[in-house]
Ligand binder design. Structure first.
Ligand SMILES: [Zn+2]
Ligand SMILES: [Zn+2]
Length: 256
């Protein structure tokens, strides 16, 4: 069992618990390396509001408490991008790593469905080629499917709709192409627990091209810390992923 999680939030951004509550929950799990990646993104409502120093201080207290419990806490950040622009906020702390995720898709307007998803892919591809970060977050999860859904669509409905679009537009040839860029630029692919993505066949392309893997539960409420590991455990088994297949942050990736 691989005992890390490189993508979690706190109530400094949009999770519903603080550092102390997270630590209490961590003690009930086998997780030995915890990556904290609150949103530090320009023009994103849920982005961290406090200053860099205030945030670093709060994280420092958490890191020390974790250490006393045998848990390594690593500070990261989740940063967004848009067309040809990377969006770290001005209060971005001194982080050990950055997850880049695409959160700010423009209005669909007159774009066709195909144009809309091609736009999405182009932003991601441009980011992979040009921006400095360590992990591409939820590349085909938490996709901006709202324009194609009824307003009350549930979390699960959104997830199944995004899977259809990913399959339809994000071809394995595209993944072949971007996996080479990722390998060259040392960017890991995130296995995203919250959306159970990317598809196994995508992860398989990444493995073939020696792209490193990351795992992130993207926890925003404490029950997700365990619940969002299901797809990760499945993917590790399915692809026979080894410790060396993962990006290393904050020490050795632990195993039981
Ligand atoms: Zn995100
Ligand atoms: Zn996140």
């Amino acid at each position: 069992m691989i005992l890390f999680d490189y993508h979690t939030h706190t109530n400094f951004s949009d999770a519903n618990y603080g550092f102390d509550e997270l630590l209490e929950e961590l003690k009930k799990t086998d997780i030995k390396i915890i990556g904290i990646t609150d949103h530090f993104e320009k023009n994103l409502m849920q982005s961290v509001k406090v200053s860099k120093s205030e945030y670093e201080k709060a994280f420092g207290v958490f890191r020390d408490k974790c250490f006393d419990c045998g848990i390594t806490a690593v500070l990261g950040a989740e940063v967004g991008m848009k067309e040809k622009e990377f969006l770290p906020s001005d209060n971005l702390p001194d982080v050990s790593y950055i997850i880049a995720s695409f959160h700010q898709m423009p209005e669909k307007g007159s774009m066709t469905e195909k144009e809309y998803w091609e736009y999405y892919m182009n932003v991601v591809e441009y980011g992979l080629k040009n921006f400095r970060f360590d992990i591409i977050g939820h590349i085909e999860g938490y996709m901006p499917v709202a324009p194609f859904m009824h307003e009350e669509a549930s979390f699960d409905e959104r997830r199944s709709t995004e899977k259809l679009f990913a399959k339809k537009y994000f071809s394995l040839d595209w993944y072949e192409k971007i996996s080479k860029i990722m390998h060259d630029r040392n960017i890991a692919i995130e296995i995203h627990g919250g959306s159970k993505s990317p598809r196994i066949e995508v992860l398989s392309v990444m493995k073939k091209n020696n792209v490193k893997f990351s795992f992130g539960s993207d926890t925003h409420s404490l029950v997700q810390l365990k619940k969002h590991r299901e797809y990760f455990d499945y993917a590790v088994k399915e692809l026979d992923l080894k410790e060396t297949d993962f990006i290393k942050l904050g020490g050795e990736v632990c195993r039981k």
